[in-house]
Design a protein. Structure first.
Length: 85
């Protein structure tokens, strides 16, 4: 959207502010919600938490049980691991 904003400033300099007064809320919403389309199934899966204790640090491996709940999801998308510490 930044490139589109700059292009509209050069192509439509007189209407740039008016155009982006309407497009700014839409661009913010698309920027926030569009990436969620690729991981929507993770919100509906149970999460498995595995604690790992190493040198006075505790790490948690969080993984979603996608294969059992959504078998139609392709195998590369089935693995989602988050390591927190």
């Amino acid at each position: 959207f930044i490139a589109l904003n700059w292009m509209s400033a050069f192509v439509f300099p007189a209407y740039h502010d008016k155009i982006w007064s309407y497009l700014t809320p839409a661009s913010i919403l698309l920027t926030i919600y569009l990436p969620l389309l690729s991981v929507w199934y993770l919100f509906f899966c149970p999460v498995i938490s595995i604690p790992i204790i190493d040198d006075n640090n505790t790490y948690y491996i969080l993984t979603a049980d996608v294969a059992n709940h959504f078998p139609e999801v392709s195998p590369p998308l089935r693995t989602s691991i988050l390591i927190t510490g």
